[in-house]
Design a binder for this molecule. Structure first.
Ligand code: GRF
Length: 224
């Protein structure tokens, strides 16, 4: 693997994709869905070459669901309690990604770790997540508060591939956010969230245009 170059998206089904075709994405969310909204808005503005073909939510009261309905995006709800195991839940997610012909699954505040081997293997390098800190610092929940409480002056955002481990897959994009002037963790979180909203649609658009190459665990951005 080390040193081998993989153009992403790389599965053979995608090899014929042209940068004129919007990429078919699923968004997975558990709550507020502001990143989901940022992607919707960017698509509408013509700045993100993607079609959101489905929202997958694991909470029936997720605010993201209302955003999907307002934008005529199909919604699938996969509640943990409806499945005998996390593996079974993730298998259902894999089935949904297959059913909707998803090329890229975009986790946007999806609060469950993906554990299903079939899902992770089938969609390797085609599931991305956004984390509100500069990984590997401050993984897990409440990353903004972790950074603020630690006294970090600079935190930021990380967009990365999802693998078996928590917030640990290859890093696609990072951006620093200066939180030294923030008086509360909430203020820091707000500043970080603004960076998320700017960056996530751009990264999705770069995927659509086939701009990323994976070498080992290093993701290169191809210019031109
Ligand atoms: C964001 O801060 C994101 O980085 C993290 O969960 C939060 C989701 O917010 N993974 P929203 O649901 O997109 O508003």
């Amino acid at each position: 693997m080390e040193g081998r170059k993989i153009k992403i998206p790389m599965p053979s089904a995608l090899s014929s994709r042209s940068d004129r075709n919007p990429i078919r994405i699923a968004v997975l969310a558990s709550g507020r869905g502001s990143n989901f909204q940022a992607i919707i808005d960017s698509i509408k503005a013509g700045a993100c070459s993607a079609d959101i073909v489905v929202l997958i939510a694991n909470k029936p009261d997720a605010k993201a669901i209302g955003r999907a309905r307002e934008n005529n995006i199909p919604v699938e709800i996969v509640e943990r309690k409806s499945f005998p195991s996390r593996e079974a839940l993730d298998e259902r997610i894999k089935e949904l990604l297959d059913k909707y012909g998803v090329e890229l699954a975009v986790l946007a505040g999806y609060m469950l770790l993906l554990k299903g081997k079939k899902l992770l293997d089938s969609y390797r390098n085609r599931i991305i997540n956004i984390h509100p800190a500069l990984l590997p610092s401050f993984p897990g929940v409440d990353a903004q508060k972790q950074a603020f409480d630690y006294g970090a002056r600079i935190s930021g955002i990380t967009i990365h591939f999802v693998d078996e481990n928590l917030d640990a897959g290859p890093i696609i994009y990072q951006e620093a956010v200066d939180i030294s002037g923030c008086r509360t963790a909430e203020e820091a979180a707000h500043k970080i969230l603004e960076a998320e909203h700017r960056a996530y649609p751009k990264v999705v658009d770069s995927f659509a245009k086939g701009k990323y190459v994976l070498e080992g665990r290093r993701v290169k951005y191809v210019r031109g």
